[in-house]
Design a protein around this ligand. Structure first.
Ligand code: NAX
Length: 327
């Protein structure tokens, strides 16, 4: 057994929190040999429900779960944290403009970034799930000057998994037959699921599916899957989002398998023409506990236009939060 790892989940009493916490406590995040200390951060109105979830966690008698602390104070919630999953965010309410949404989330992610800077462990890794995830991650990072920028990431793994599943269904393959798929850009409707380097059981995906399907079905289905889930379920994706968060952190900490890559939103180093500093989704591998952008992929004209459109949206969001004094 190794030393316990402290994992903070914000929005712990929410839907995704409920789907996430049991999997973390059971060892699915960090493996079967790593004990976990959980810290649940909520707003005051959410604390009681988080206490209920903690009672259920107790009742699972998970061998790896060492402790559960609940707080509505970010300085307590992030104390000594090694892995911070920032799930709680301010959703867009009816009639809310994008600027208002960014400002409201600034009110959450600025103090959380400051608290992470002040009290988290030196090796803290942050995954932002709460939307607008890429820009929320940028805000938190801007307020944590002592934490290296690359430790702040945002989640596009759910989009990646959705794309894998759609392509597998279309080609009659298994998801494990698919390699080299990428989500580029923002976790929003402008995201670009790219199969131009993808192979399915060793064959180029572009030989197996036609362009019309890619443009008219695959890309919009992946990008709008969240809305389709809400329509069908009457509630937004929760278990699949929690699953993707587990995949992201596990790969980040333990490494991605040899021979393929995944997608994660990480601060750009300028690769593929994405302006430096913007938190954009890229093809990535994880080696030695750090994400690396897969280099040297050819970007065709179609991909270029799609990547540029999504990145332009990210730049706009960054400029908007800059204008609000949030970064
Ligand atoms: P819920 O509304 O069920 O839960 C959110 C929880 O966050 C609530 O319990 C609330 O009290 C808490 N909260 C709000 N402000 C907080 C703060 N300042 N500190 C701590 N807790 C706070 O939402 P849920 O369905 O769990 O979704 C959470 C977030 O995930 C939303 O922003 C949603 O848009 C986002 N998603 C992101 C996805 C992604 O792929 N990146 C996919 C799924 C999901 O839509």
């Amino acid at each position: 057994m190794t030393t316990p790892v402290t994992v903070t989940v914000t929005g712990a009493a929410g839907q995704i929190g409920y789907a996430l916490l049991f999997r973390i406590a059971s060892g699915q995040l960090l493996g079967p040999d790593t004990p976990v200390r959980l810290r649940l951060l909520e707003i005051p109105q959410g604390v009681k429900a988080a206490e209920g979830t903690a009672m259920e966690l107790d009742d699972c008698a998970f061998p790896l779960l060492r402790s559960i602390d609940i707080s509505d104070d970010a300085r307590v919630g992030f104390e000594g944290t090694n892995v911070a999953l920032l799930v709680g965010a301010r959703p867009r309410s009816k009639g809310m403009e994008r600027g208002d949404l960014l400002e409201a989330n600034g009110g959450i992610f600025k103090p959380q970034g400051e608290a992470i800077n002040a009290v988290a462990a030196d090796d803290v890794r942050v995954l932002v799930v709460g939307n607008p995830a890429n820009t929320n991650a940028l805000i938190a990072s801007a307020h944590a000057p002592d934490v290296p920028d690359e430790r702040f990431t945002a989640m596009t793994r759910l989009d990646h998994n959705r794309a894998l599943s759609q392509l597998a269904a279309r080609t009659g393959a298994g998801v494990t037959d698919i390699q080299g798929l990428t989500i580029w850009g923002n976790h929003s409707a402008t995201q670009y699921p790219d199969v131009s380097h993808t192979t399915v059981a060793g064959r180029p995906a572009t030989d197996l599916v036609d362009e019309a399907w890619l443009t008219d079905e695959f890309i919009p289905t992946v990008a709008k899957r969240g809305a389709a889930i809400i329509e069908a379920r009457g509630a937004s994706s929760a278990a699949s989002a929690a699953n993707a968060a587990i995949d992201h952190v596990r790969d980040w900490v333990l490494g991605t398998p040899e021979g393929s890559w995944t997608s994660a939103a990480i601060p750009s180093d300028g690769s593929y023409g994405v302006p430096e500093g913007v938190i954009s989704s890229f093809p990535v591998v994880s080696r030695g506990g750090a994400w690396e952008v897969v280099q040297g992929l050819e970007v065709n004209d179609f991909s270029r236009a799609r990547i540029d459109a999504s990145v332009a949206e990210l730049v706009e969001e960054r400029d908007a939060v800059k204008g609000l004094g949030l970064v």
